[in-house]
Write a protein that binds this ligand. Structure first.
Ligand code: ZN
Ligand code: ZN
Length: 292
């Protein structure tokens, strides 16, 4: 049976924009004021930022964006696992029925990311059964920056692989979740967008046209000859190709990855992890293997 690789990236001459969607200020439990936080991210060179205070809508239209795109949002916190409300047009009140919240956010024109699933001493801020039951959220945080200094696992690629292996199509986000200066600029996403404005950035994220990073930069993502995944990255030292159930099917120590997907490969998806110097990494979105 002929197969095609379906993936979100484009070879068009789009911009790569760096941003963080998970940021706290003094409007909730952050240390710095909203404007000081915006100023700090602008100084880091971010292209876009979302202030996401706990159950509080910090209106970015009241701030000087300092050249960045400010995306309105908040973190729905009370009564259950934390959910990021991205592209918020109004504040949605916390409700223990998280499925109702997800639907309210979609109706409002925003989208949801389930945050830090493996936080806390139990490594289970959001149980896998909930991730599997809920419908309509766009993605999960596969890397949460503040998770590096609190209990639990800041990574959730295992949760992601479990969802993807069930045929769920959810994207992997990486966010600082910054509360103080130390947390800023540790974790981000690179969005491939036609223009540097909120509508194009939100649409690119909806379509999965981004990768997650803690310091590795991907220069090109493409398919050659219909069957070979090519990743170019000047600061990657090794790649892993991850398949269903988290299985690593290839490990390559080269600056350019060329992974040919054999005909009749019995996998639903492949995703690429890039390893750079020290603890630096990047994660692509999945390449879905579909019948032509
Ligand atoms: Zn949270
Ligand atoms: Zn948070």
């Amino acid at each position: 049976m002929p197969q095609v690789l379906n993936h979100p990236y484009t070879e068009n001459d789009f911009l790569w924009l760096r941003g963080n969607l998970h940021t706290h200020t003094t409007n909730s439990d952050g240390v710095c004021s909203p404007q000081d936080t915006v100023d700090a991210y602008a100084a880091l060179g971010h292209d876009f930022l979302m202030l996401s205070d706990h159950d509080c809508f910090t209106d970015p239209s009241e701030l000087d964006p300092k050249g960045m795109v400010l995306i309105p949002g908040n973190e729905i916190t009370g009564y259950g696992p934390h959910i990021l409300h991205v592209n918020a047009h109004r504040r949605i009140m916390p409700d223990p029925d998280r499925q109702a919240i997800i639907e309210a956010i979609e109706t409002d024109g925003g989208f949801c990311i389930v945050n830090h699933p493996s936080w806390t001493e139990e490594f289970n801020h959001c149980d896998q059964s909930l991730l599997e039951a809920w419908q309509g959220y766009l993605g999960i945080e596969i890397c949460n920056g503040v998770g590096l200094r609190v209990e639990g696992n800041h990574l959730a690629t295992d949760r992601w692989d479990r969802l993807l292996s069930q045929g769920r199509r959810v994207w992997g986000f990486a966010n600082d979740d910054s509360h103080q200066e130390y947390d800023r600029g540790r974790v981000w996403i690179m969005v491939q967008a036609e223009k540097r404005n909120p509508g194009y950035i939100v649409r690119a994220m909806r379509q999965g046209r981004f990768y997650a990073s803690t310091g590795v930069t991907i220069d090109a993502i493409r398919i050659e000859d219909g069957h070979t995944i090519v990743i170019e990255s000047a600061n990657t030292q090794a790649y892993r190709v991850i398949a269903e159930h988290g299985r690593c099917v290839a490990e390559v120590e080269e600056p350019v990855l060329r992974y040919r997907v054999g005909s009749g490969m019995a996998q639903q998806y492949l995703r690429i992890e890039c390893f750079g110097q020290g603890a630096r990494m990047a994660w692509t979105q999945p390449f879905f293997i579909e019948e032509a």
